[in-house]
Design a protein around this ligand. Structure first.
Ligand code: FES
Length: 227
C-alpha cells in the first residue's frame, strides 16, 4: 500500500509506497529520491516539522503466497518498495533470490537490508562500478534458465519492469509489477492513474498498484508517463 504526501502549500501531492511500517510505534518509513521541487520540499523539512498532508493507506495490500522459488527484481528506488515484499516472501517460507540494480554504485540502496531479506542477493550496475556489469534482466535470465522459478516480483523503472515481463513471459513464470503512473487524488476519482491491464482500464491507485505484469500494456504506460 502507499501514501500520498504533501510537504506544504507549495508542494504537489506525491504518491510513495511505504518501505516499512511499525504499527506498535505508529510509524511509517518512506524512501524517496529528490528529483524535483516537491521532493526537495520533503528534504527541507527538519526533524519535528510536519507534512501538511499524509493520506493513506491507499491501494490494495500485496497478496503473497508460499510458492517455492521466487525471484525479486528491483531497480533504482524501486528497491525500497521491493524490500518489505522480499522479506515477507522469505518469512512465509519461500526460497528468495533477489537481484537489485542501479545505474551506478552510488545510486544503489538497501544492499545490506536486501541481503538479510533474501537467501541469495545479486547486485548489478549499468556502468559496472559494482557487482555484475549490466542489467538485472541478464542475471534474471540466468536464474530462469536454471529452472523451477515459481514467481517473479519486479519493481523499478518502467523500462526495467517491461523487460522483466517480456523475459518471464517466455518462461511462463507469473510476474507481479508495481506500477507508478501519475496520480492526483489517489482514491479513484480523477482517472489520472489509469492503466490498461488485460484489455481493461484499471486505476492503479485503487485497483493496484500491483498487477500481473503479463497483462499490463507497458507501451501505453510509457506514453502516458512521458505526456
Ligand atoms: Fe485519481 Fe487514481 S489517482 S483515479
Amino acid at each position: 500500500q502507499f501514501v500520498i504526501l504533501k510537504a506544504n502549500e507549495d508542494g504537489e501531492r506525491i504518491p510513495l509506497t511505504m518501505a516499512e511500517t511499525n504499527p506498535e510505534k505508529g510509524t511509517i518509513t518512506i524512501i524517496y529520491m529528490v528529483v524535483g521541487k516537491s521532493t526537495a520540499l520533503f528534504r527541507d523539512l527538519a526533524v519535528g516539522d510536519g507534512y501538511q498532508d499524509v493520506i493513506g493507506p491507499l491501494g490494495k495490500a500485496t497478496h503473497l503466497e508460499k510458492v517455492g522459488k521466487v525471484v525479486c527484481v528491483g531497480g533504482g528506488t524501486g528497491v525500497a518498495v521491493l524490500h518489505p515484499i522480499t522479506r515477507a516472501l522469505k518469512d512465509i517460507g519461500n526460497d528468495v533470490t533477489c537481484i537489485i540494480g542501479a545505474r551506478t554504485k552510488d545510486l544503489l540502496i538497501l544492499e545490506e537490508q536486501m541481503k538479510d531479506a533474501s537467501h541469495d542477493l545479486r547486485v548489478c550496475t549499468d556502468d559496472g562500478s559494482y557487482g555484475h556489469h549490466g542489467f538485472v534482466t541478464e542475471v534474471l535470465k540466468e536464474i530462469l534458465e536454471e529452472g523451477d522459478v515459481k514467481q517473479v516480483v519486479a519493481i523499478g523503472p518502467v523500462p526495467m519492469m517491461k523487460a522483466v515481463s517480456a523475459i518471464t513471459k517466455t518462461y511462463d513464470v507469473p510476474t507481479l509489477v508495481s506500477l507508478n503512473p501519475i496520480m492526483v487524488d489517489g482514491t479513484g476519482m480523477c482517472g489520472c492513474c489509469r492503466v490498461s491491464v488485460g484489455g481493461e482500464t484499471k486505476f492503479a491507485c485503487v485497483d493496484g498498484p500491483e498487477f500481473d505484469a503479463h497483462k499490463v500494456d507497458f507501451e501505453e504506460l510509457t506514453n502516458r508517463l512521458t505526456a
